[in-house]
Ligand binder design. Sequence first.
Ligand code: ADE
Length: 229
Amino acid sequence: MRIDILTALPRLLDSYFSESILERAQKKGLVEVVVHDLRDFSTDKHKRLDDYAFGGGAGMVMTIEPIHRCIEKLKGERAYDEVIYMSPDGDLLDQPMANRMSSLKNIILLCGHYKGVDERVRQHLITREVSIGNYVLSGGELPAAVLSDSLIRLLPGVLNDETSALSDSFQDGLVAPPVYTRPAEYNGWGIPEVLMSGHEAKIHAWRHEQSVLRTQERRPDLLESFGDG
Ligand code: ADE
């Protein structure tokens, strides 16, 4: 998979993709994440990426030209499955969406800033819009990192234990069961005995039961939507 991220603030994304799982995934050649500085595509002598809104009003609007030039350059190099604008108006990201998108080959993620992008970007250059939640952030960089992370960790070979992405919360419509590690007793606080039993089937059954209980308690909405198929 290749992910091209278009942003006015490339440094915001540098550290996220150069650490831990995401760094290893790139080193193993399982994903290529390329961050593009939209300023490199500006023809403005001050490299500005925004301008006043027609009709007035507070807030600057990202101009179409640098975005168009960057997308056109990339499209000249390879075919893209989706050109995604990160926006609080978009389709809400959830695990089924991440699962579906993780099989795409090449995607572009556009990060907005200021008061948003010129509407013609959304009309003519974007194939879909994705939101990471019902709240407004000051830019699309964190949302682009969140979406990328949710896709990359699903790519075969990225996680050491092939099954661990499948056992994540939400993959079966249930939240994850509790986990414990050493020491078995800390400060007088113990752990459920079944986990020390060495009895695989019992442990499996206990974990499943805990997942169901937790989902009922904390996220009954997941049970309802999973039941609908
Ligand atoms: N940009 C600003 N807020 C956002 C959100 N919640 N999701 C995606 N992009 C955004």
